[in-house]
Design a protein. Structure first.
Length: 88
């Protein structure tokens, strides 16, 4: 699986504290091994993020991604933030 990061994701990620960035790296490793690992709480989204999915980074931080059509089996992370930042 190939993982890509949208420009918007990269900008928001850069502003996060290093502790959250480190936790994302850990979760991303889990994601590579098994994207349905229960520790990720990988789930489908609705509303403005229809056709996207979300994984937990921490108890409050989520990373939103979608499957891409460009490379078979690849995903694009499009956003990261707290639940209220993403879904309000």
């Amino acid at each position: 699986m190939k993982v890509f990061f949208h420009k918007h994701f990269r900008k928001r990620f850069a502003k996060l504290p290093s502790k959250i960035k480190d936790k994302f790296d850990i979760q991303l490793e889990l994601f590579y091994k098994n994207l349905h690992d229960e520790r990720l709480n990988n789930h489908e989204l609705h509303g403005k993020y229809i056709n996207h999915r979300s994984i937990n980074v921490t108890g409050d931080i989520r990373a939103v991604y979608r499957k891409t059509d460009t490379v078979m089996g690849s995903v694009l992370f499009v956003d990261i933030g707290t639940h209220p930042e993403l879904y309000s």
